[in-house]
Every structure is written in structure tokens, then in C-alpha cells.
Design a protein around this ligand. Sequence first.
Ligand SMILES: Nc1ncnc2c1ncn2[C@@H]1O[C@H](COP(=O)(O)OP(=O)(O)OP(=O)(O)O)[C@@H](O)[C@H]1O
Ligand SMILES: [Mg+2]
Length: 253
Amino acid sequence: MKIAISGKGGAGKSTVAANLLYCCKARHLPTFAIDADPDANLGLILGLDPEKLALLPPLSTLQEVIAGKHAGGGAFVDLNPSVEDILEDYVLQDGSLRFLKMGGIKGGGTACYCKENAFLNAILTSVLLDRPESVVLDMSAGIEHLTRGTARGVELMLVVVEPTRAGITTALAVDQLAADIELPRVAFIGNKIRSVADQRYLYSSLPRERILGMLPFSETVLEKARQVGRSGFQEMDLMVGIEGIYQQIGGGG
Ligand SMILES: Nc1ncnc2c1ncn2[C@@H]1O[C@H](COP(=O)(O)OP(=O)(O)OP(=O)(O)O)[C@@H](O)[C@H]1O
Ligand SMILES: [Mg+2]
């Protein structure tokens, strides 16, 4: 299973990512948990050690490592440096999960072939196209880390949508961005659903056949978000819906 998760800021991307990752972990499925949101907080939601997380540098900031990967290239950027060592050295292991923090991409989605972007692209190429492990990629709405090349390796992009006009607008924009890079499959998940009216609103505003499911608004999740660590992770209110979605997307294990 190689999935990417996108949607409007605050829609619940990281919450959905963390809970899907929990489904993988509970089945001992080797899985890369990748935080590709520049405003990185997936690690905290997953309940990883905050001190270890703070010490884990975003991959985009590894100046010396990146320079080393391109050594001898002179003015040319090696578009496909080997990154297997990175997938060992700059990860936090948690059971069968391997957590990686990507950091921001330079130039925000413009065709920038600088060393940093080539390096991040090589990492995504490795995990999405070469390696057998499952992948859950927590992204921003911009999906700027993906290119036509790496999008081929994403079996499914899940767009998390709150039942608001702004949520719909962003979800449809993400759908278009994904189509632009020929990403094979995009589906939607409604989140923070409080009523039948919320459900109806989403069904009438999005391509109905591509809505995979709806997750309820949970007071417990909100309450936990006010406390330290694990906000909304492995929360019963969400787990039933998440399990259903995991089964539908053929998570495996
Ligand atoms: N189903 C839900 N019920 C109640 N609160 C929720 C639900 N899903 C997410 N939240 C809360 O909404 C907030 C945003 O969730 P989350 O961080 O998962 O979103 P995000 O899309 O990853 O946000 P960002 O764009 O900041 O990365 C958090 O406080 C989270 O606990
Ligand atoms: Mg997030």
C-alpha cells in the first residue's frame, strides 16, 4: 500500500495518516511513515518521543549529506543519487514503522532542479517505486513534493475534507493538481462530520463515487488535541471508520 494524504490545512490529514499507520503497525506491516508537511507534526501525533523527534533533522536540511551525494558532479546535479543509507540513518523506528521527516521543498512546486529537491525526489523514488514497504505520506494541500515520476508510485491519494465550502474548494484543487501530475487514483474522506446534513453536503459537492468514507467529529479527539502528545491517535471514535477505510484501500496484513 502506497498512499499519500492531502487536504486543506487543519482538515485532519495527520490524524488520518497516524491512524492508518496504526492499522499498519498493529499488523506488523513494514511501513514508511513520511511527514512531508513543512509544518511537521505527524511524529507527535504518532506518539513518538518528542526529544528524539526534535533531534531528527528534516531531510531537506542535511546540507553536508546532500553535498556528499552530489560530490564529483561539478555543476551538474545527480538526479538520482543513492539514498539507501538515509533510509537507515535518518529515521525513527517504532515497531514496524519507520518515520521520516522530509522538510520543505525549494521553489514551492516550480520546476527547480537544485540539489535539495533532487535529493528529496530520490528518497521518494526509492520508497514509492523501488522498495517493497508500505508508505503513508502526510502532505500539505500543495502536494509539491510529488512529481510526474514519483506520482506513478502513489497507488492512491486520499484527500481529507471537512464539510465546509473552503474544504471542498481545496479538495477539488488538490484533485486537479493530482490529475496534472497523472497520479493514478484520488479518493476523498469526509472528516469532522457532525450530522446527516454534513454528509449530504459532501456527497452533493464531491464526485460521489470517489468518497471512500466519513469520520465523525469527536469531542475526545478535540480534547486530546489540547493535551500533550497523541492527539486523536488510535481513538476509538475514529478507529472503526479508519479500519473500514484501511480495508477498502487494501492496506493488507
Ligand atoms: N474527527 C475529528 N474530530 C475532532 N477533531 C479532529 C478530528 N480530526 C482532526 N481533529 C482535530 O483537528 C485538528 C487538525 O487535525 P490534524 O492536525 O490532523 O489536521 P492536518 O490537516 O494535518 O492539519 P495541518 O494542516 O496543520 O497539518 C487537530 O486539533 C485534531 O485533533
Ligand atoms: Mg498535519
